[in-house]
Write a protein that binds this ligand. Structure first.
Ligand code: DX5
Ligand code: ZN
Length: 215
């Protein structure tokens, strides 16, 4: 499979949200990545259902929603109704991971699990067969534009081994500090989905940057 690119709207210009969505529609991007933060799980607050609904109204590609919130299970149905196609929850934010994965899938969405930089991939040993996507955080969640953590490469290798061992179909997604320099190496290590915010939206030609990340 050729890798996917998911621009993170966190770094987009929200005063021109419709145009930003249309730019991504017209690019070679595959998904929209939407970062929901609650100011409790992470030291930042972003947006919720209302903004996701607006994106969903104009987007012609799947919405990849990354929840950085405590007790995410309270809102699964509302995120589905807002337009989420893939719903990812932080491993560190939930008690009943297995139950939550099943609940997301029963609502008709793909289920993703996110691991913070300090969380070992081995914690997914007993759930990897049920998971559609594993998102490895390559920065500490909360903000765009941070520096990529180099230890991520060996986590990708260990996750790939676990996926093969358990014959799981889970995709590997990496989020945080992805740029044009580390993207080829990440692909070589087996990443299926690249998330990028700052690299895309702070460039002089965001659409061209998306297309370069696709190459
Ligand atoms: C960070 C978010 C990321 C963020 C990535 O907590 O999960 O999706 O937007 O931004 P960059 O690509 O700028 O590191
Ligand atoms: Zn994210």
């Amino acid at each position: 499979m050729t890798h996917l690119v998911a621009p993170s709207l966190l770094s987009a210009d929200f005063g021109q949200l419709k145009q930003e969505v249309e730019m991504i529609n017209n690019s070679q991007a595959d998904w929209f990545h939407l970062d929901v933060m609650d100011g409790v799980f992470v030291p930042n607050i972003t947006f919720g259902f209302q903004i996701i609904k607006v994106v969903n109204e104009y987007a012609n590609k799947p919405l990849d929603v990354h929840l950085m919130i405590v007790q995410p299970e309270r809102y699964f149905e509302q995120f589905r109704d807002a337009g989420a196609d893939i719903l990812s929850i932080q491993y560190e934010a939930v008690t009943h991971l297995h139950r939550n994965i099943q609940a997301i899938k029963e609502l008709g969405m793909k289920a993703g699990v996110v691991l913070n930089p300090h969380t070992n991939v081995s914690v997914l040993e007993d759930t990897i067969s049920d998971i559609d996507l594993v998102l490895i955080m390559s920065v500490n969640p909360g903000f765009g534009g941070q520096k990529f953590i180099e230890n991520t490469y060996q986590k990708i290798t260990r996750l790939k081994e676990l996926i093969l061992k358990k014959k799981s179909n889970a995709l590997i997604e990496v989020d945080g500090g992805v740029n044009l320099e580390n993207a080829p190496k990440l692909i070589k290590y087996g990443v299926d989905v690249l998330v990028a915010g700052n690299t895309i939206f702070s460039s002089s030609d965001p659409m061209e940057t998306i297309n370069l990340l696709k190459k």
